[in-house]
Design a protein around this ligand. Structure first.
Ligand code: MYR
Length: 131
């Protein structure tokens, strides 16, 4: 289950990913240490996610397979959906500014939540531990 509060533990290739996203160096340095914490409450195919980081706090509701809008901390707007496939949450989002696709997955591996990202050929991971 994804339910619970997850605190960022480490990143893998996240700076390269952000660079591919077009995020400038100053913002990348800050974002690499954003102390991201997410709380996930799943009820069937409905999800409530609380996000808090050094940039902001916000709450999002979404339903598996249903498109919604989401803005990144730098203001980049995305539209897309998460879909539950077995034990994996698969996200397909499109940037509103250039139409390009960002894909992401969430899986639980052992006691960690691993979120993977892909944008324009660059992969990254952010790994969370329960808090
Ligand atoms: C959530 O479930 O946490 C809300 C929806 C997240 C949608 C997409 C996540 C992509 C985040 C990419 C971060 C890229 C920073 C350059």
């Amino acid at each position: 289950t994804f339910n619970g509060t997850w605190k960022i533990d480490r990143n893998d290739n996240y700076e390269k990913f952000m660079e591919q996203m077009g995020i400038n160096m100053v913002k990348r340095k800050l974002a690499a240490h954003d102390n991201l914490k997410i709380t996930i409450e799943q009820n069937g195919d409905k999800f409530h996610v609380k996000e808090s980081s050094s940039f902001r706090t916000l709450e999002i509701d979404f339903t598996s397979g249903v498109t919604f809008d989401y803005s990144l901390a730098d203001g980049t707007e995305l539209s897309g959906s998460w879909t539950m496939e077995g034990d994996t949450l698969k996200g397909i989002f499109n940037r509103k500014d250039n139409g390009k696709q960002l894909t992401t997955t969430r899986i639980i591996q052992g006691d960690e939540l691993i979120q993977s990202y892909n944008y324009e050929g660059v992969d990254a991971k952010r790994i969370f531990k329960r808090s």
